[in-house]
Design a protein around this ligand. Sequence first.
Ligand SMILES: [Zn+2]
Length: 345
Amino acid sequence: MNSLIELLAKHKAEVSAAVVNDAASLEQFRIQYLGTKGLVKSLMGEMKNVLPEDKKEAGRLLNEFKLFVENQFQLLLEQYGSESNSKGSKSDDIDLSLPGVELPLGSRHPISIIRDRMVEIFERLGFRVAEGPEIEDDWHNFTALNLPEHHPARDMQDTFYISQQPDWLLRTHTSSVQIREMQKGQLPLRIICPGRVYRNETISARAHCFFHQVEGLYIAENVSFADLKQTLYHFVKEMFGEQAKIRFRPSYFPFTEPSAEMDISCLICEGKGCSVCKRTGWVEILGCGMVHPQVLENCGIDSTKYSGFAFGMGIERITMLMYQVKDLRLFSENDVRFLKQFTLA
Ligand SMILES: [Zn+2]
């Protein structure tokens, strides 16, 4: 026991005499005495060799030594620890009149900017925002929308399934939100559904495994295709300006009948033809149509009394068009050089 007391006294003297005069030597001190392979740890390790009757006293002495070293380190830390940051200057030398470190302010993501503008336009027309889960079941995402199993149109919307729950998937469109809202049965219904959707696509400049949509739905008595056209016509003028022209092309979607795709005149070449519009002067921006009576019936709505229209568009597509972004991947790469260009719109 006496040898331990002597040994610790010797170490105490050594710790007290340790030369610390900057952050580097302080770190050296910490490693030498308090590190995982330092003196305190190794002395503690010696406890197993102490005779059982001496263990209690030895433990007390070692703990006392440990506290001594820790205190010593704390004192040195207050003296030298903070100095490494101010490069050797004393704390009372700080010039408080110097300008501070500027914190970079973030900016709105271009997808958010465009989404908010779109939502705002439809809100002024009386649409309200509806949201739903990104993990959906097969019925809400496909079957209720007239896309029964083995329907070929499902191939174009291959997505990600959850292996433990084969009925669950990542939604391929926000139409599933429309289904959920229709099921509530509160008519008339006038909603807009912005949100993230997923597809099993190879990632490229023009396709990604996730993107964003804004879909709209209006169901009431006597809703006609003329209402659909007028609503979208108003949207295009508000979004792209008075000079934008629109055209409808017949199309096919299982959940609308009749269905159409809508183009706007190319914003870049104003219809003269450029690489963005592939020399046609037109750019496709959305799909739309009158809600298929079967879809209404699937949600418990009387299709002889009610009718409605629906439309859907990709936010990325429109953002790329508005800001002339050529690569879809830029939106999700978190490159600040790209993102900071979109302060406000
Ligand atoms: Zn063009």
